[in-house]
Design a protein around this ligand. Structure first.
Ligand code: UFG
Length: 330
């Protein structure tokens, strides 16, 4: 593997990771996937991409993979990411997310790999004081998932200050949509995300969509989120990688579309795109849900040159195509 073109994608058998692997192939990089396949799926990794089945918490697994493939950079997607579960089982999140990432960084240090891209989250901000949220806004996570990601951002800052490792932390808002090639999309179990859950009502997999709260301080009372297509996220990683290759200093970026949509607006848009009626049921609030999360992505546009290609219609159309075929392409 060439030192510059080789990229190890940790968690590359997951939803966002496998979209990134495809992007790297398209851009003539040489990805290699490292994944423990606890949440990821072998079938999301193209057959000609090496897949190392290993666990970051087992130092030997990651050290030997890095020694073997000698990538120029590492992109780290692997994490436990269910907000609700993080509140009932916090140790799982500190182990899976923080301990595992420290092991990875130690193995990178030992093998002298100095470029790192990290999947962070809007959940690092907690309840925002202003919308849209800017990178330097106050960070006070309201759940253990966000806390675990913020801890890693702190670790990365310290590491970059004291060594010549450079990193980019990318804080995703609501990742959604599917790859237009029809081979990659969301395959979560359990599925907690809004758009796939709406689509499952249309395929008959779910009886109705529960709307978690209609008494928020938002125009229609349902929560407002910033939905960003998974392929646009992959583009941002590629730009971050190229920026690191050009010598950019360590930095953090918010990745969202800059537009907020309420749960009801998403339901209406799904009805418009699919031509089908969604059965909904108003339900109590889900603990830990902030009323409104919308990113300012000006910095990613300005510094990385990021441009969003997919709007809401394209997000829902690609997600719907995937939802209809995902079980057939097993
Ligand atoms: N929602 C419903 N019904 C559902 C599912 C979701 O009403 O069946 C609502 C939620 O209450 C929320 C909105 O739809 O208001 C979006 O919910 P998601 O679960 O799709 O996404 P979240 O905004 O809760 O979480 C996402 C990521 C997290 C990340 C967070 C950061 O999944 O990993 O964004 O903002 F931490």
């Amino acid at each position: 593997m060439g030192r510059e073109s080789g990229v190890m994608v940790i968690g590359g058998a997951g939803y966002i990771g496998s979209t990134m692997v495809q992007k790297l192939i398209d851009e003539k990089y040489q990805p290699v996937v490292f994944d423990n396949l606890s949440m990821g799926h072998r079938r999301l990794v193209p057959k000609n991409v090496p897949l190392v089945k290993g666990d970051l918490r087992n130092y030997k697994d990651i050290l030997s993979a890095l020694k073997k493939y000698k990538p120029g950079a590492v992109i780290h997607f692997a994490a436990a990411s269910l907000v609700g579960e993080s509140m009932t089982n916090p140790l799982k999140y500190y182990d899976n997310n923080v301990v595992a990432c420290v092991q990875l960084l130690k193995a990178m240090k030992e093998t002298k790999i100095k470029k790192f891209i990290f999947s962070s989250t809007a959940a690092t901000f907690g309840e925002p004081k202003r919308i849209p949220i800017q990178e330097d806004d106050n960070k006070c996570p309201t759940n253990t998932y966000g806390q675990s990601k913020l801890m890693i951002e702190t670790i990365l800052k310290d590491e970059a200050r004291s060594t010549d490792t450079r990193y980019v932390a990318l804080r995703y808002f609501n990742a959604c949509g599917a790859h237009p090639n029809g081979r990659i999309g969301e395959l979560h179990d359990p599925e907690t995300h809004l758009i796939p859950n709406i689509l499952k009502v249309l395929t008959g997999e779910k009886k109705e969509l529960q709307i978690f709260g209609d008494d928020y301080d938002t125009p229609d009372g349902t929560c407002v989120r910033d939905y960003v297509h998974v392929e646009d996220l992959a583009d941002a990683h590629l730009l971050a990688l190229e920026a690191l290759n050009r010598g950019m200093k360590s930095d953090a970026f918010n990745l969202g579309s800059g537009s907020g949509y309420s749960v009801m607006e998403i339901v209406r848009e799904v009805e418009k795109v699919t031509g089908k009626k969604v059965k909904v049921k108003m339900s109590p609030r889900r603990p830990g849900d902030p009323a409104k999360l919308v990113a300012s992505s000006d910095k990613a546009r300005r510094v990385l040159g990021w441009k969003i290609k997919h709007g809401l219609e394209s997000i829902i159309r690609t997600a719907w195509e995937w939802e209809k075929i995902k079980n057939k392409s097993k």
